[in-house]
Design a protein around this ligand. Structure first.
Ligand SMILES: O[C@H]1[C@H](O)[C@@H](O)[C@H](O)[C@@H](O)[C@H]1O
Length: 622
């Protein structure tokens, strides 16, 4: 890299930036300028930073509708399934297939999306995704049976995969550097907004026992059509156009997005960097092969996919999915109330993602992600401790009904509520008097509906009078407040950093020639681990109990912290074309960055919560 790099003082932080781009946004505000020309240029840059044209926001919001649909379509299914399983008479296997088919289709189509993005551009891919969302929504809301419903879920999944990898890339490529983190993070804000809206819609239509699910799923057509129509008028990414040699069009789009500000400098530097990147990119062959054989992109890919993997291994979707159960544990017995309160979980996720949007350009990606994963790890431990305390004070089974049906049931052998509730075939039926539990029994669950026992006092809601309750999947406990506290702290820690940063960082760490493929792989990893974690949770809980499962997630989050601490460089404020340089040296350097100044080498480090610099001679390591 030699003379290509020049060290500048970046508001107290040392950064690596390319020598020709000393006018880049990061450095322009602090570089000492002496000539009038320089002053003018700096003033113009400052002006461009201060007045960001509104068009870039319009563009970000229309793109982020893809994020909204991601959140809505993945969130709405839990409420819809409650009604659907009765109406279409779905077995447990069909329910699982209908839920996971979308995520599986998304994993595959995210990979395909990389190819489509390179070939047809970001705009066409977003149009394609909104087309799939629209058709999928129509098929789902009009499905006559479960086979048609499955078709609809698969179509929506294809849209999800393409949108999840294209939208962050499109926003990143159109944004000015000083706003890029914030605008890409808005996409995750829309994901969590979609999940929140889905929980409200689920709550509202749960009263409509007949066909309620058709409205829940059909409503997704509205944002999908809005996005499709909007994108008929929105432009292609200027960077993709330059790469394709459509330079005149690229200039037009860039000046449209920048509100007719002078774009010469930006245009030239993008064009030069793209040409330089192409030269460096290492020969022919499929992009993924070139990425794997070219060290900087191989390192970036490892960081990008690792971030997505640890996001899912931190258990976000399990926590979200089980929030209703957690709330039931804390004494909310009414099903409807639990559904509405689960909306509070999605609202918390949404509000704390908003905090992430605010923080990302202030504290930077690295510190935000590190702080978030520490909090996630600690709150997962708190959740586990809550479950452990509940298990240790699990109420005993005091009543063993002498029914012949009990003779063949495994439920009869349990002496405590804890093992009884961990067995998917059993539930805990009890009577409560004040804070005391009376005549509690472990009985088989009704196979058609887990809301009732197969027989006995808890088999019929009219029999469940007189303070008699049915607990499936949970045990009554006085430690539920600890679990609830863990849940809230978990969302507060996860949502600002670990939720959005994997998407944001992936949109910026690859050079243009590798960007769609890199994002496709990372999104594929996200969806694959999403399905892996959600499908294994119940089995994990059966083998290791709830607290064992949450301790496991907490340990995985700790591993994630070590990985992020070691391998994630800071990308804040750099132009997309400068970021490749961060991966030119040894990958896992714990935030150390090497730079060359005159004839000596400077080694600077960014610690998780504060930045300091040590200047040591480290040429031998370069
Ligand atoms: O970034 C998002 C977000 O945090 C969502 O809440 C979660 O459900 C997704 O799986 C994740 O990718």
């Amino acid at each position: 890299m030699g003379e290509r790099w020049k060290k500048v003082n970046d508001g107290g932080e040392r950064s690596l930036i390319k020598a020709p781009s000393s006018a880049s946004i990061t450095s322009s505000s602090t570089t000492t300028t002496t000539t009038t020309g320089d002053l003018e240029r700096a003033a113009r840059k400052q002006f461009q930073q201060d007045v960001t044209p509104g068009f870039v926001y319009v563009l970000a919001v229309f793109s982020a509708l893809g994020g909204f649909l991601f959140g809505y379509d993945t969130g709405v299914i839990s409420g819809a399934m409650l009604l659907l399983k009765r109406e279409l008479d779905l077995s447990a296997l069909w329910q699982e297939v209908l839920i996971s088919s979308t995520v599986a289709a998304a994993a595959l189509s995210a990979l395909l999306g990389g190819f489509l993005n390179g070939l047809f551009g970001r705009r066409v891919c977003i149009l394609l995704a909104s087309f799939f969302f629209t058709v999928g929504g129509i098929v789902l809301s009009t499905a006559p049976g479960k086979e048609a419903f499955l078709t609809g879920r698969l179509i929506v999944g294809v849209g999800l995969g393409i949108a999840s990898m294209t939208v962050p890339v499109y926003i990143a490529e159109a944004s000015p550097p000083q706003l890029r983190g914030q605008l890409v993070t808005v996409n995750t804000l829309f994901i969590t907004g979609g999940q929140f809206t889905a929980s409200l819609v689920d709550g509202a239509f749960s009263y409509l026992q007949h066909d309620g699910w058709r409205y829940m799923l059909g409503l997704s057509v509205l944002p999908a059509v809005l996005q499709f129509v909007g994108f008929l008028f929105l432009p292609e990414s200027p960077r993709w156009l330059i790469q394709r040699g459509l330079t005149q069009k690229a200039r037009r789009v860039l000046s449209q997005i920048r509100g007719n500000q002078n774009i010469d400098e930006e245009y030239d530097s993008i064009k030069n960097s793209i040409e330089e990147e192409e030269k460096d990119s290492g020969g022919d062959g499929p992009v993924i092969w070139r990425m794997l054989t070219y060290p900087p992109t191989r390192r970036a890919l490892l960081v990008g996919c690792g971030l997505q993997m640890f996001q899912q291994l931190s258990g976000i979707n399990t926590v979200m999915y089980y929030s209703a159960t957690i709330l039931q544990m804390s004494g909310v017995r009414d099903d409807r109330l639990a559904i509405w309160l689960a909306g509070l979980t999605t609202l918390t996720n949404f509000l704390f993602t908003l905090l992430g949007v605010w923080l990302v350009e202030r504290v930077g990606r690295r510190k935000l992600t590190l702080g978030s994963i520490i909090g996630t790890c600690l709150s997962l431990s708190l959740l586990a401790i809550g479950f452990l305390m509940s298990a240790q004070h699990s109420p005993p089974v005091t009543f063993h009904p002498l029914d012949p049906a009990m003779a063949n049931s495994t439920c009869s052998k349990y002496q405590l509520c804890e093992p009884c509730m961990l067995d998917p075939g059993c539930g805990f039926c009890y009577r409560e008097n004040g804070s005391a539990l009376l005549t509690s029994s472990c009985v088989p669950v009704n196979k058609a509906s887990t809301e009732q026992a197969a027989w006995g006092r808890c088999s019929n809601s009219s029999l469940m009078k007189d303070q008699t309750y049915w607990a499936y999947n949970y045990c009554p406990t006085s430690y539920s407040w600890l679990v609830l506290l863990g849940l809230v702290l978990y969302l507060a820690a996860f949502a600002p950093g670990m939720g959005p940063m994997p998407w944001t960082i992936n949109s910026e760490i690859y050079p243009l020639w590798a960007r769609s493929t890199g994002n496709a792989c990372a999104a594929g990893v996200n969806w694959t681990f999403n399905i892996l974690v959600s499908l294994t949770f119940l089995h994990l809980a059966q083998f290791f109990t709830y607290y064992g499962a949450f301790f496991l997630y907490s340990s995985l989050a700790l591993l994630g912290f070590i990985f992020i601490y070691g391998c994630l460089p800071e990308t804040k404020g750099r132009r997309l074309e400068e970021i490749e340089a961060l991966f030119e040296n040894q990958l896992c350097s714990c935030g150390y960055m090497w730079s060359r100044e005159n004839s000596s080498c400077i080694c600077s480090t960014i610690m998780p919560f504060y930045t300091y610099h040590v200047s040591i001679k480290c040429c031998s390591s370069l």
